[in-house]
Design a protein around this ligand. Structure first.
Ligand code: COA
Ligand code: NAP
Length: 286
């Protein structure tokens, strides 16, 4: 597992695309915001004057991340302990966020668990664990925030998914199944909750450099296999690997007024990777 508190650093420079006060007065709740992509989403939102809650199992990690985020952005970040599989912990964290900031305008369901494993070797509990963190966790947090705040005030939810299930990828039956469930849930909730002023969308990252996800899904090994990492990059239509900032900017668009007529959709931020990459063959060799 990434040592997010020590590992992740804020950007030295950030080029503003939207105006700096885009999210002024808003509050975002980001699951798994202490590391990787979630950390960068928190940072970019804070750079746009959003206050942020980051919540995950490892309190020390989210606390260290919150301190770094506040220092780099001058914004406010509250760190909370929470396992997205545990309803009592989620309800307590949402209550704590509301008593601290009085509102939750944005929820980013980013927390996930993954590893490479052939379907035949997955234990029953391994499949269940990933389904529970990714799919159940996204529903659990959405429901808690809906019940306690958004059904009366509206809001925007972004679910971080993936493209694994669009083609079917070796060694990823558990994660692809969970992300497919999240894609479907996004459309269902968009239909049901539009009437409450809530928009719900997905962002599906491609391979993102300098992340635990990329390291776990073969990135570290591909780097050691002569030519493989270069091939991975060559086959991405835009010709580069993704950055955490790419994903954060996609989320920023969706939660901003620029995305106000967008709901139930899946924004794939992968440089066209899933259209061309034969990841199945590459992973199959690992
Ligand atoms: N290959 C196969 N099975 C694995 C595995 C692996 N690499 N890692 C864990 N499992 C199995 C375990 O053996 C266990 O099954 P069992 O009880 O039948 O033995 C089951 O998955 C649950 O593992 P456990 O370690 O108890 O789960 P956890 O809730 O403590 O942690 C994980 C969840 C396994 C997803 C852990 O890797 C994690 O916390 N990941 C978070 C970070 C992450 O994955 N980041 C990338 C996001 S893309
Ligand atoms: P990461 O740094 O490991 O982020 C995952 C976060 O989720 C961690 O901070 C972890 O913190 C938290 N988490 C895990 N289980 C949890 C639980 N049960 N309850 C609460 N929090 C939990 O990995 P990442 O690569 O940035 O991935 C972020 C998201 O992007 C995931 O949804 C992933 O599927 C998606 N994605 C990533 C890539 C990529 O290339 N990296 C590609 C496609 C999709 P704790 O350990 O403290 O709980």
């Amino acid at each position: 597992m990434a040592e997010g508190g020590d590992f992740d650093v804020c950007l030295q420079t950030y080029e503003y695309i939207y105006r700096r006060d885009l999210l002024k007065g808003k509050v975002a709740f980001i699951t798994g915001g202490g590391s990787g992509i979630g950390f960068r989403i928190a940072e970019i939102f804070m750079r746009h004057q959003c206050s942020v809650v980051i919540a995950s199992r490892n309190l020390e990690k989210v606390k260290a991340a919150a301190a770094k985020l506040e220092k780099a952005t001058g914004g406010k970040c509250l760190a909370l302990p929470m396992d997205v599989r545990k309803a009592d912990q989620i309800l307590a964290a949402v209550d704590a966020a509301l008593s601290h900031f009085n509102r939750i305008d944005i929820l980013v369901n980013n927390a996930a668990g993954n590893f490479l494993c052939p379907a035949g070797k997955l234990s029953f509990n391994a499949f269940k664990t990933v389904m529970e963190i990714d799919a159940h966790g996204s529903f659990n947090c959405s429901k808690a925030v809906f019940d306690k705040y958004m059904k009366d005030h509206g809001g925007s939810i972004v679910n971080i998914t993936a493209t694994l299930h669009h083609r079917g990828v070796a060694l990823q039956t558990h994660a692809g199944s969970a992300k497919a469930a999240i894609d479907a849930m996004t459309r269902h909730l968009a239909v049901e909750w539009g009437q409450y002023g809530i928009r719900i969308n997905c962002v599906a990252p491609g391979p993102i450099d300098d992340t635990e996800g990329m390291r776990r899904l073969g990135g570290a090994k591909l780097k050691k296999m002569t030519g493989s990492y270069e091939r991975l990059i060559r086959e991405i239509p835009v010709g580069r690997i993704g950055t955490k900032e790419d994903i954060a900017n996609g989320c920023l668009y969706l939660v901003s007024p620029a995305g106000s007529f967008v709901t139930g959709t899946n924004l794939i931020v992968d440089g066209g990777n899933w259209l061309t990459q034969n990841i199945t063959a590459m992973l199959g060799k690992l």
